[in-house]
Design a binder for this molecule. Sequence first.
Ligand code: SRM
Ligand code: SF4
Length: 567
Amino acid sequence: MSNTTLSHLEQIKVDSRHLRGTIEEGLNDPVTGAISDDDNKLLKFHGSYQQDDRDIREERRKQKLEPAYSFMIRARLPGGVVTPAQWLVFDDIATTYAGRGLRITTRQTFQWHGVIKRDLKPTMQAINKAMATTIAACGDVNRQVVSSVNPLLSSQHRLVQEWTQKLSDHFIPRTRAYHEIWLDGEKITDEPEEEPIYGDTYLPRKFKIGVAIPPTNDSDVFAQDLGLIAIIENGELRGFNVAIGGGMGATHGDDTTYARLGSLIGFVPPEQLIAVAEGVITLQRDYGNRVERQHARLKYTIDHRGLDWFKEQLEARTGITLQAVRPYHFDQNGDRYGWEEGEDGKWHLGLYIESGRLWDVDGGQLQTGIREIAKILRGEFRMTCNQNLVIANVAAKDRGKIDKLVAQYGLDGYKQQSGIRRHSIACVALPTCGLAMAESERYLPQLLPKLEALLDQHGLANEPILLRLSGCPNGCSRPYLGEIALVGRAMGRYDLRLGANYTGERLNVPYRQNIAEPEILSTLDTLFGDYAKHRQSGEKFGDFLVRTEVIPAPSQKLIPIVLDTVV
Ligand code: SRM
Ligand code: SF4
């Protein structure tokens, strides 16, 4: 029998009066540290998730206590730009209200973990006072728009950052709910409220836009629902190649869910960019699957209907004929570390931040160190999609002062680090992520030294290798684009995936499933040995595995989904 029932979340959205629900009442309920399940789903659209501390979940259950509820808050900071003044406010929020410092995410923004219910509103207000917001950082809307870091390296990079901001602003929900709930804005009573782009039920699922500036694919442009490759010719931004339908999320054991690289469908000049982006988003709004959330991302809409169909509809809807894809070339994916000089003589310092966590624990002082830098910085901060940080726009005369603080607070690790460490990402996972099946952020510091020892034995210590760890197959570290990736199955057990390429243009494949650390290390030891002996000059690890047929040449995996109904 056909399933035509809208998913429960669709009904919640319909009934929510543009994302209000009963969030406000829930916040004021002193009996519990939680809010209702339905409101929790709406809260995501406001940039926050209810979580509980999984380290003590069992103990509290035994003591018949409710879970230790708290909230994760995510900021919307297009392109990852933060002024020093904002940084100091965000840092203060981390110290005053949150429990685990500041966390730079794989989408260039901050998360604060561990904010308890009564502090949620003051935290949102503090973020707002710093001229930032959390609206639509999560939820079924266009999220944080990411972009290649260091736009300040040229005037064209700066232009691309402006487009990043414009895209972000254009797709912000128009509901006044955020102001009413968090900022004590005046309540709308009878006036009808419009959501001109999203309508009453917003999108079927989250939607992500990312911009990359060749030759650097640091934003993993093919992992985005809408990936834009900036085309700069003769020093001028001509426009963007458009890739649609990228996405990472999958479910173990369910072949109808899969990671997919975005498909290039054409080129648009800057003046047509917003219209084309709106066309893609509104097509997904109208044709995305609202019955089964696991098949609701744009990638499934495209594979279900066909890429040609989607492109035709897009051109018909926008009245814009996409031009042919322009030539481009990526030669790297990760971040650059150390000082670099921009064309205007200003300097930019790339720092490695392990898993993006800035938190003064175990004798470390990374959070304090960046705070001290923020106090004297005349430039700005840029967060990267690899969870790292750039101290940007520094005058040559100020470099010495920054270097001193960097050394004093142990932020100078990047100078001696191995190639694999410099290219490592781990998602948050335990203890806060409710979906984690295995450790990730907390496992990386244990795993890296063991991998480094193996690589060192084979003379590969400096080899840049993309390493991605995820605590479950949702893929928040974009693991399917790792030359080596571990995807959590159960505590201490992972799928080992291999063979993506260094530039983020090829997916990896599963090599071993559900294995524990000893097998992970012994498997990689053998492969590192072969790589050291038989690689060709300049050949990257992922390419070597494909050339020598250790793994089959990975191809785009497109499994047609048979859906009963697409609403
Ligand atoms: Fe993610 C859900 C953390 C980037 C795919 N992600 C979650 C949640 C909110 C868990 C939940 O739903 O209860 C995680 C919160 C953990 C915590 O305790 O903080 C979470 N995702 C993260 C972050 C913080 C990982 C990190 O270590 O930095 C990243 C925040 C990004 C941001 O600032 O907006 C993060 N998530 C990603 C990415 C990478 C990207 O966007 O470039 C992906 C893969 C790309 C994609 O979307 O296809 C990603 N997250 C998911 C999915 C799977 C979506 C799917 O299509 O199936 C989920 C689960 C879901 O949506 O149902 C998820
Ligand atoms: Fe959580 Fe899974 Fe995302 Fe890691 S990949 S943060 S475990 S949802």
